[in-house]
Design a binder for this molecule. Structure first.
Ligand code: 1HE
Length: 269
């Protein structure tokens, strides 16, 4: 499947720590610092922000992966130089800004996880909407051992997936979860064999890209906010979002197609 991808041109091709390619409506964004296990330094975080804010109009879904044997070793520890408190806050906020554009961007993001998905690498992975893990994936938060704390949004996003108690265990004891355990506790939605992650993610991204844009928008922008709301406010926002989506021509056309026997039925396969 991968051979139909062509390299990005223009400003995306200038992002030298990423490798970005397009295939129809799917864009593949690959972390490209394998010699450093895709450790996230400031330029790489900035390039991720540029990539996700500068996706072409034709992109309807993104696959995010890492070159080499690991998804990402997290924060580039060689950059952990002396920062005063305000500089350190702003550094953390620069990660928040970049990852915000992934979680609350224009298109859904499917991450392919393999090898180390640790520290800031896990924080990056959980900003994506769907995670496909290969059997080699392992998840850790070594911040506890390194004497630091998460700073890339992990304390807000990870407990929403696995609960604060599991995250506390990972940080306090250095507990590492493997791919199957990660699936069980909710860190990934899929586990596949070694080398199959990209194809699975691409299959999912192509399905996502075929959805009505407003449905994808609602899943990205309304669903997580409703999940964070009280029930009364959440139900009202749900009703508004449902009315907006169902009033769109894309919804009307799709529902007519089903009623006229032209659309797929729901099936298990
Ligand atoms: C790095 C980093 C890094 C590798 N920063 N340079 N993250 C961590 O604490 C994880 C630290 N890394 C590791 O545990 C291991 O490197 C791995 C399990 C990811 C991979 O092991 P391995 O044997 O394949 O590679 P390696 O030999 O350890 O590393 C290869 C090179 O990458 C080596 O550099 P070289 O110049 O000696 O070849 C390593 O120094 C370099 N490298 N990981 C810098 N993380 C917003 S706050 C987020 C806070 C955090 O993310 S804390 C968690 C940091």
């Amino acid at each position: 499947m991968a051979e139909s991808f062509v390299p990005a041109t223009g400003h995306l091709s200038a992002l030298d720590l990423l490798r970005i390619e397009h295939s129809d409506a799917v864009t593949h964004v690959r972390l490209n610092r394998p010699a450093k296990r895709n450790a996230l330094n400031d330029p790489l975080v900035a390039q991720l922000q540029s990539a996700f804010t500068g996706l072409p109009e034709s992109t309807r879904a993104v696959v995010l992966s890492g070159e080499g044997d690991h998804f990402s070793a997290g924060l580039d520890l060689s950059e952990l130089t002396e920062r005063n408190v305000s500089e350190a806050v702003l550094h953390s906020r620069s990660w928040h800004a970049a990852f915000e554009h992934i979680q609350f961007g224009r298109v859904p993001v499917v991450a392919v996880l393999h090898g180390a998905v640790v520290g800031g690498g896990l924080e990056l992975a959980v900003a994506a909407h769907i995670r496909v893990a290969e059997q080699s994936a392992f998840y850790g938060l070594p911040e506890g051992q390194r004497g630091i704390f998460v700073g890339g949004g992990g304390s807000a996003r990870i407990p929403r997936l696995i609960g604060a108690a599991r995250m506390a265990d990972m940080m306090l004891t250095g507990r590492v979860y493997d791919a199957e355990e990660g699936l069980r506790i909710g860190l990934s939605q899929y586990v596949v064999d070694a080398g199959q992650g990209f194809d699975k993610a691409l299959e999912l991204a192509r399905k996502i890209a075929a959805n009505a844009p407003l449905s994808n928008f609602a899943v990205l922008h309304a669903l997580p906010r409703i999940a964070d709301m009280g029930q009364a406010e959440g139900l009202f926002l749900e009703s508004l979002m449902a009315a907006i989506a169902s009033g769109d021509d894309a919804a009307k056309g799709r529902i007519q197609a089903f009623l006229q026997g032209r659309a797929a039925k729901v099936s298990k396969s």
